[in-house]
Design a protein around this ligand. Structure first.
Ligand code: BGC
Length: 455
C-alpha cells in the first residue's frame, strides 16, 4: 500500500471509529446524565435519540456538500463537528446545551457516514475497494466496542462528561489527517479539473500511467452534467441502483442488528443473566468484541468471494440464529416474584450463543457489504446525493427499529419479535438473490454499465 493510500485508510478508520463510539457510548453515559440533570422520561429519549435525528439531517446535507465542495472537505467538516459536539456535551451546564451538543455530534456522524465511505470507494483501487469500505465498518465496530469498555471502566455521576468529551481527541486527529489526505480524483474530474485529478492519482499510484484511468472516469462522466439535479437522482434511468441502495439500507436495519446492539443488556437480563455486571460483560464481549473480530472475515473475503456470496451466507446464518433465539425464549421462565435468579438457564445460554452467531453472521455480511455496495453502485454525477439518500434512510430505519423494539416485545413477546426479524432475513435473502448483481473487481465506471445493460 502506498503511503497516500494509508492516509486514506486512516481517514476512513477515524470516521468509522467516531461513528461507532458516539453511537455506543450513550447507554453507559445516560445513568450519570440522569443523576446530574434529573431528566424527565421525555428528555432521556431526546438525549438518546437526537443523535440519530442529527445523523439523518447530517447525511442529507453531506450529499450536497460532498458534490459541491468535495469529499475531502466534507470529511474535514465532520472532524470539526465531532470535536465541537464532544466539547459542547462535556461542558454542558444544562440539558438544553447538552441536547445541542447531541445534535452537533449526530450531524457529524451523519456527515462522516456519507463522506468517509464515499471517499474510500472513490480512492481505493477496484481490486481492494471492498476491503477499504469494510475497514470503515471494522472501525465502526471497534468504536462501539471501545464505548462499551469505557462505559464499564468509568463510574461516578460526572464520568459521563469524560465519556462524551473524549471523542474530541479523535475528532481533532481526524481533522488533522484529512487535511493532509489526497482529494478524490473522481470528484476533481467531475469538476473538469483533469490536471489536478492526474496529480492526485499519481500521488496515490506512483509510477503508474494514470491516463487510461482518467479517460475511463472522463468517459463515464461525459454524458452527464457536472452535478445533476435531484430530479436526476430519482430519474427512471437510475432507479435500479437507487432501489438497491435504499433496499439494502432498510434491510440492514430491519433484520434487527441495532435492536441487539442497543438492547443487548435487556435481552441478556430476560435470558436470566441476573446481575448488571453479568449483563454488561456478556454485552461487551459476546456482542461488542465478537462484532469486531467477525468483521475481519469480511475484510479477508469480500474482494475474493464477492459481495453476493457473503450477503447470502450471512443472511442464512442470521435467520437461523434468530429462529433459535426466538425458540429459546419459549423455554425461558421468568423467576417467580421475590425469588432471586440463580444465573442463566440452559435456554439462556443457548440465547447467548445464538446471539453471538447472529453478530458473527451480520459482521461478515450485512454490516460491511451493505456499505460497500451502497458506495459503489451509483454513477459519479449522482453518487454524493444518492449515497446520502441511502444513508439517511438507513438512519431513519435504525431510529424506527430502536424506537419500536421494546413496544414490539411488549405486544408480541420475545419469541415472535425475533421470529419476525428472522422472516425479514429470509425476505432480504430472496430479494438480494434476484436483484443485487455482483460488483466484485469491477471499477466504479464498469459498474455503471451494469445498469445500462439490464434496464
Ligand atoms: C450499521 C449500524 C450498526 C453497526 C453494527 C453498521 O453497519 O449501519 O447501524 O450499529 O453496523 O456493527
Amino acid at each position: 500500500m502506498t503511503p497516500w493510500l494509508a492516509v486514506v485508510l486512516v481517514v476512513v478508520l477515524f470516521s468509522g471509529g467516531l461513528f461507532g463510539y458516539d453511537q455506543g457510548v450513550i447507554s453507559g453515559a445516560l445513568h450519570g446524565i440522569k443523576a446530574t440533570f434529573s431528566l424527565s422520561a421525555l428528555l432521556v429519549e431526546v438525549v438518546t435519540s437526537w443523535v440519530t435525528l442529527g445523523a439523518l439531517l447530517g447525511a442529507l446535507a453531506a450529499g450536497e456538500l460532498a458534490d459541491r465542495i468535495g469529499r475531502k472537505r466534507t470529511v474535514l467538516i465532520a472532524g470539526v463537528m465531532f470535536t465541537l459536539g464532544a466539547v459542547v456535551q462535556a461542558l454542558a451546564p444544562g440539558t438544553l446545551v447538552l441536547v445541542v451538543g447531541r445534535l452537533i455530534i449526530g450531524a457529524g456522524v451523519g456527515v462522516a457516514a456519507v463522506a468517509a465511505p464515499l471517499y474510500a470507494a472513490e480512492l481505493a483501487p477496484a481490486a481492494v475497494r471492498g476491503r477499504f469500505v469494510s475497514a470503515y465498518q471494522l472501525a465502526i465496530t471497534a468504536g462501539i466496542f471501545l464505548a462499551y469498555l469505557v462505559d464499564g471502566w468509568l463510574s461516578g455521576n460526572d464520568s459521563w462528561r469524560i465519556m462524551l468529551g473524549a471523542a474530541a481527541v479523535p475528532g481533532l486527529l481526524l481533522f488533522a489527517v484529512a487535511l493532509a489526505a489526497p482529494r478524490s480524483p473522481r470528484w476533481l474530474m467531475m469538476k473538469s479539473r483533469r490536471t489536478d485529478a492526474a496529480a492526485e492519482l499519481r500521488k496515490i499510484h506512483p509510477g503508474e500511467d494514470v491516463e487510461p484511468q482518467l479517460d475511463a472516469i472522463g468517459a463515464a462522466l461525459r454524458h452527464e452534467s457536472e452535478r445533476a439535479s435531484w430530479a436526476v437522482v430519482f430519474h427512471r434511468e437510475w432507479r435500479r441502483p437507487l432501489l438497491i441502495g435504499v433496499g439494502l439500507a432498510v434491510f440492514q436495519q430491519i433484520t434487527g442488528i441495532n435492536a441487539i446492539i442497543y438492547y443487548a443488556d435487556q435481552i441478556f437480563a430476560s435470558a436470566g443473566f441476573a446481575t448488571q455486571s453479568a449483563q454488561t460483560t456478556a454485552t461487551t464481549w459476546a456482542i461488542g468484541g465478537v462484532n469486531v473480530l467477525a468483521t475481519l472475515i469480511a475484510i479477508a473475503f469480500i474482494d475474493r468471494l464477492g459481495r453476493r456470496k457473503l450477503l447470502l451466507a450471512g443472511l442464512t446464518g442470521m435467520a437461523i440464529s434468530l429462529v433459535v433465539v426466538g425458540t429459546a425464549f419459549r423455554f425461558i421462565v421468568a423467576p417467580a416474584a421475590g425469588a432471586t435468579a440463580t444465573g442463566p438457564s440452559a435456554a439462556g445460554i443457548v440465547t447467548l450463543l445464538a446471539l453471538v452467531g447472529f453478530i458473527i453472521c451480520f459482521a461478515f455480511s450485512m454490516g460491511p457489504v451493505v456499505w460497500t455496495v451502497i458506495n459503489e453502485i451509483f454513477p459519479g454525477h449522482i453518487r454524493g446525493r444518492a449515497v446520502a439518500v441511502a444513508t439517511a434512510v438507513n438512519w431513519g430505519s435504525a431510529f424506527l427499529v430502536s424506537q419500536f423494539f421494546l413496544t414490539l416485545i411488549g405486544a408480541m413477546g420475545n419469541s415472535l419479535t425475533f421470529w419476525l426479524f428472522a422472516l425479514f432475513c429470509v425476505i432480504t435473502w430472496v430479494w438480494i438473490y434476484f436483484r443485487v448483481p455482483e460488483t466484485k473487481g469491477l471499477s466504479l465506471e464498469q459498474i455503471q454499465l451494469l445498469w445500462k445493460a439490464a434496464p
